[in-house]
Design a protein around this ligand. Structure first.
Ligand code: ATP
Length: 587
């Protein structure tokens, strides 16, 4: 397929407001990409044009699972455009036009590269008229460009791009420039390509979607749909070593979750960075499909390879796992006692490319896994969450170092149908220094890339209350010198008394606890065992999920899932919220 054909269609897609028509254009592009015999040129194992087209329409050169980038900055691209545009143009001129026009595609299209065509064809040893750029040539050149490394690579990249622009018409240049700078933006998302593949090769949309979820590459899906039909699509599987998109969470409440699912799978929400671990004791294939000795690869939520930054995760996998596996989890920064540190700490490690050993001395990390997508040859995406979690426990517990009662690296899962039980899990999570809880549908499948209602993160608080802190408890162990759980009260304006509405376990850092202890300690009025009464002095702003009537607290109400937000230094106890406001908020 000529690149000009691709550019024509891209222009038509961009001008088209109707989704169905856009799908029809993409379908035509896929159909026109050529039949199986004509696409592989009989020469080698290069990919089929239909694969390239399915990626190009989404502005991708590489499959979604492949984090290879062209690694070329905008200025190198401007330079290539300027050189192709002729003697009187330089990169500054390109930049000036960009400042006027606002979009690199229009800028590239505003130059006339035609004057150089005959020349470049001559240089390339081609006859004039035999110079039409094909989709495959653009692809292959960009792959070469991405591969250029080391000394002189920047010049080589510019040379390759110059060669391509030199052969472009205005429309071709527009879409080439956008492709190179990852700014395709013609309105083709994954849903469009899914529908277009289904329409072009007469296969059901859901099966195309499933194939995408396991392969994470619409290029491959399009080729398999065309060449092998539904049977081929259904036979596509996860590949250990190739990341899939992470399943994501919506915001939601405990009340809604329990209404919908009868019981919820409750997990701690770890405050770290998402990781997907791929492990194969026999060695994983490299991105290029070659065998390698590496057993472990770790990917970020955006499917970047972060293996080098996280040696602890590699060591964990090699010391624990026995068979091939794909695990989903979180990497958390921990202190010397293994207690979690705030998210900012993990960021010091997460994408680090240099001085990893040194950084590791300052901050260590450990993985916690909450899902298992593949184990020992079995793809588990369609299995219910509880079955996947059992499998996860199985693969981790088999490790030689593991204590069967406290499996290292396993995120716990509780099945609960009682809000009080969920509340205590939330409190325990906060107490242990984690972010809170996740609520998941125990029967749900793993849907890569989906932000569905089967995974819920606790909804951010809609309302907050300013409560007086009237009591606290000394912590335990390492936190014995800190005040921990805080009793919250509001004012009853009628009597002038403070009435309790709940307790908040802050789930915050030692540093913050130390600060709160320092503020509250001077106000201790009485002490018994770990419990202290505080004279009213400090006001906390707290969030909560809902207010319920309750015999436990003197106000007759209890805040459900209270969480500490901030100390209100600007407020005196007399400015705190009132019982009347609590009553109003409840109704
Ligand atoms: P978003 O995913 O909405 O863009 P975000 O990255 O801030 O935002 P949240 O939505 O707040 O993350 O929460 C989802 C994230 O929580 C997951 O991507 C994962 O990194 C993390 N997480 C921690 N513990 C769990 C768990 N038990 N199950 C699922 N995700 C968890």
């Amino acid at each position: 397929m000529e690149f000009a054909t691709f550019a024509d269609r891209a222009a038509a897609i961009e001008a088209e407001p109707a989704d169905l028509e856009i799908v029809a254009h993409v379908r035509d592009l896929l159909e026109d990409a050529g039949d199986p015999e004509s696409t592989d040129n009989g020469a080698d194992d290069r990919i089929a044009t239909v694969e390239i087209v399915a990626r190009f329409v989404q502005g991708r050169v590489f499959p979604a699972w492949d984090s290879t980038t062209l690694d070329i900055g905008p200025s190198a691209c401007y330079e290539a455009i300027a050189r192709a545009a002729g003697q009187n143009v330089d990169a500054d001129d390109v930049e000036e036009r960009l400042a006027d026009v606002g979009e690199i595609g229009d800028v590239a299209a505003s130059y006339d590269f035609g004057g150089q065509r005959g020349l470049s064809a001559f240089a390339a040893g081609q006859g004039v008229g035999d110079n039409d750029l094909t989709v495959r040539e653009v692809h292959d050149e960009l792959v070469d460009l991405a591969a250029a490394e080391g000394e002189g690579s920047e010049d080589r990249k510019v040379d390759i791009l110059f060669g391509l622009f030199n052969r472009c018409s205005s429309d071709e240049a527009r879409y080439l420039a956008r492709l190179v700078l990852s700014e395709m933006r013609i309105g083709v998302g994954e849903g469009t390509v899914r529908d277009a593949v289904a329409a072009a090769f007469d296969v059901p949309e859901e099966r195309v979607e499933r194939a995408l979820q396991v392969s994470n590459d619409y290029g491959e899906v399009a080729r398999v749909a065309r060449d092998e039909g539904l049977e081929g699509l259904d036979a596509m599987e996860l590949a250990v070593g190739r990341p899939v998109q992470a399943m994501l969470a919506q915001a939601g409440t405990v009340t809604d979750a329990l209404e919908e699912w009868e019981q919820a799978a409750v997990e701690w929400k770890y405050d770290g960075a998402r990781i997907q671990l791929h492990y194969d004791p026999d060695g994983l294939e490299s991105a290029a499909g070659e065998a390698s000795d590496a057993t472990t690869r770790v990917f970020s939520r955006n499917m970047e390879d972060v293996t080098g930054a996280l040696p602890e995760v590699v060591e964990f996998a090699e010391g624990t796992l026995e068979g091939p596996a794909i695990l989903d989890g979180e990497v958390v920064a921990v202190d010397e006692d293994g207690d979690p540190l705030p998210f900012q700490e993990v960021l010091k490690r997460f994408r680090r490319k240099h001085d990893v050993a040194k950084a590791r001395e300052d901050v260590s990390v450990r993985p916690v896994f909450f899902d298992c997508l593949h184990a020992d040859g079995d793809d588990l995406l369609e299995e219910p969450l509880t079955a996947r979690h059992d499998r996860l426990e199985g693969v981790l517990a088999d490790g030689p170092q593991q204590d069967p009662d406290d499996v290292d690296g396993l995120s716990l899962l509780w099945l609960a149908d009682d809000p009080d039980e969920i509340e205590s899990i939330d409190a325990a999570a906060l107490e242990a220094g984690h972010e809170g809880i996740m609520l998941k549908n125990p029967d749900s499948a793993y849907s890569p890339g989906r932000r569905g209602k089967h995974w819920r993160k606790r909804k951010p608080d809609v309302e907050t209350l300013d409560c007086v802190v009237t009591g606290a408890e000394w912590g335990e162990g390492r936190r014995a010198t800190f005040l921990g759980t805080f009793e919250l009260s509001v004012r009853d304006e009628a009597t002038g008394d403070l009435e309790t509405v709940g307790k908040v376990a802050t789930g915050i850092t030692d540093e913050k606890l130390a600060d709160l202890t320092e503020r509250l300690e001077p106000h201790i009025a009485a002490e018994e065992g770990q419990e202290v009464d505080l004279e009213p002095a400090v006001v906390f702003e707290v969030g909560y999920e809902e207010i319920q009537t309750s015999p436990t607290y003197s106000s007759g109400y209890a805040l459900r899932f209270p969480r500490f937000i901030a100390v209100r230094d600007d407020k005196e106890p007399g400015d705190a919220d009132t019982l009347e406001r609590v009553e109003r908020l409840r109704s």
